[in-house]
Design a protein around this ligand. Structure first.
Ligand code: PLP
Length: 419
């Protein structure tokens, strides 16, 4: 009897899962048996047939500098555990805040000084939480938010919380600063927040941050920039996308993540000290969660050093080399095979999107690459606009030219012969 009643409880969820399956939208978790690296041993099935595993050449991680498996970072994490143990024990405001968190926040604040003079930084467990915290804390019924159409899900969810607190929300079309300017012009809100990704995660394009900052200045607004994919990678010395555009202003609020190029985990918000104090006092996703382990903060200090010194620069140089090899190789392929109808989106970042168009064709291509031992994710609507299904290739500073050559050769071999 009990079983039957649980079946009844499960019915609505089972039905929705079936809908996803009918639309071929079920995604499969696959466990890696080795650390994050270009060549990784990955189990093939879902959790139902975990036995088989295969070494794949991966072009899908956000570990842009290849630091996730760096021995110095691993050593720093171990050192942090020896110094502080495994856990923080409490939220930051209770007793979970440690000197390791404080040292990391000071180093992050120093990092962003050229872009946000006098800024302080606040460390979060994840970028998702940082965005929820920031947007939900800053917003109230006097707030109007101006949100770029292709913003990351964590910004969108933060904006949903802001809406619950009474904020007005305008969405402006992708890169459409004319519409944004009109929306700002019409706003009577006391607090105006322009919110944008710095590097759009599905195509690697940069947001025009200098123009956005000029609009923010003109309309007395804040500019919130999520540089998850640019921090440590884009701009002189990997300083970030704000530095790439030469932006500097106290009206900037920067979100950076520390699980991508920085190779560990976590995120930060950098802003004027008054705003940071305001977040500490009022941001619920900051206040009501256990602080990240101090050892993580300790390891991140080493990561910031790695990213800023010649080792980080060597990896950024390597990335530039690989991107150039990829773009040259692919343009050559597209010239020889114009009927393929594939388009490479122009991106100065390690995110390189090859638009295939049709969903099934993109999936078939990804599957073909995988049979050749190469993993590149196919991204389909609704994540990207209809008709622009694509392969999303990401490079890491620890890929080699031989890896990129293997990818280019496999793509050529998998390109439909009749086109
Ligand atoms: C990955 C990402 C996040 C979330 O960061 P996590 O630390 O992974 O939670 C936020 N914003 C953008 C634009 C991202 O790409």
């Amino acid at each position: 009897m009990t079983d039957t009643s649980v079946d009844v409880l499960l019915t609505p969820f089972a039905a929705k899962l079936q809908q996803l399956a009918d639309q071929q939208l079920i995604r499969v978790l696959r466990a890696a048996e080795t650390g994050t690296a270009p060549h990784q041993r990955v189990r093939s099935g879902g959790h139902h047939d975990p036995e088989k595993s295969q070494e794949l050449l991966m072009f899908c991680a956000n570990d842009y500098l290849g630091l996730a498996a760096h021995p110095d970072l691993a050593a720093a994490l171990i050192e942090g555990v020896k110094l502080y143990g495994a856990g923080s024990g409490a939220s930051h405001l209770v007793s979970g805040h440690s000197v390791a968190h404080e040292a990391l926040e000071a180093a992050l604040a120093a990092w962003v000084q050229p872009q946000i003079p006098d800024a302080e930084a606040l460390f979060f467990c994840t970028g998702y939480m940082a965005n929820l915290a920031l947007l939900s804390a800053l917003a109230d019924e006097h707030t109007e938010i101006f949100s770029e159409a292709l913003n990351h899900a964590s910004l969108i969810d933060g904006i949903r919380l802001a809406r619950q607190k009474g904020a007005q929300v305008q969405r402006y079309p992708h890169l459409d600063l004319t519409t944004l300017a009109e929306q700002l012009q019409q706003s009577k809100a006391r607090v105006k927040l322009i919110v944008t990704d710095a590097v759009f995660s599905m195509d690697g394009e940069l947001a025009p941050l200098a123009n956005l900052l000029a609009l923010a200045e003109q309309h007395q607004a804040w500019l919130i920039v999520d540089d998850a994919h640019g921090f440590g990678v884009v701009g002189p010395n990997g300083q970030g996308t704000l530095a790439h555009f030469g932006c500097s202003s106290q009206r900037l609020i920067l979100v950076g993540t520390l699980g991508k190029a920085a190779g560990v985990s976590g995120a930060f918000v950098a802003a004027h000290p008054t705003l940071i104090q305001f977040l500490i006092q009022t941001a619920r996703p900051y206040i009501f969660t256990t602080a990240a382990p101090p050892a993580v903060a300790h390891a991140l200090l080493t990561s910031l050093q790695l990213m800023q010194d010649e080792r980080g620069q060597a990896r950024r140089d390597q990335l530039a080399l690989l991107q150039n090899q990829w773009q040259t190789g692919l343009r050559d392929l597209l010239l020889r095979r114009p009927t393929l109808g594939w388009t490479l989106i122009d991106s100065p970042t390690p995110i390189q999107a090859l638009v295939i168009g049709d969903n099934a064709a993109a999936l078939a291509l990804a599957a073909g690459l995988e049979r050749r031992g190469i993993r590149v994710p196919a991204i389909r609507p609704p994540t990207v606009p209809a008709g622009t299904a694509r392969l999303r290739v990401t490079f890491s500073g620890s890929h080699t030219p031989a890896d990129v050559a293997q990818l280019l050769n496999a793509l050529e071999a998998e390109a439909p012969a009749f086109l």
